[in-house]
Design a protein around this ligand. Structure first.
Ligand SMILES: [Cu+2]
Length: 128
């Protein structure tokens, strides 16, 4: 009668192959697929931002910034050169991909008032 060979080495081999496959797939996942959609609310009362003034994300993330204000205003995100307006009862929304890393000021471009000029917040985009 013929004896069956021991199969222990086969399980070791399969384990190694599984580990290799897992690590290869993991390393091949593009960095952008780890990007998240991040949502922030900038609430402005009488030209003053309420709450945290730094929006911090990682390069590749998609930002959704909601702007709510008790008076009409437009804000400008420098560097990305994007604008969004809001008015009482009509919040604004800005959606964009954080494709450049850096620290970018968000400035108020007021409607007819010199008092509202200035930096409202910063968007910080960390390199991935
Ligand atoms: Cu500006």
């Amino acid at each position: 009668m013929q004896r069956m060979p021991k199969r222990n080495t086969c399980w070791v081999w399969r384990g190694l192959m599984g580990l290799w496959l897992f690590s290869t797939v993991w390393l091949c996942v593009p960095a952008t697929s780890l990007a998240e959609e991040r949502q922030f609310e900038l609430r402005v009362v009488e030209g003053v931002l309420q709450g945290e003034d730094v929006v911090r994300v990682t390069e590749g993330d998609t930002l959704r910034i909601m702007l709510d204000s008790d008076r009409p205003l437009t804000v400008h995100l420098h560097g990305y050169d994007l604008e969004v307006s809001a008015a009482p009862g009509a919040p604004g929304e800005l959606v964009f991909e954080a494709e450049f890393s850096g620290r970018f000021p968000v400035e108020i471009h007021a409607h007819g008032s010199d008092a509202d000029h200035g930096t409202l917040a910063y968007v910080e985009v960390l390199p991935r």
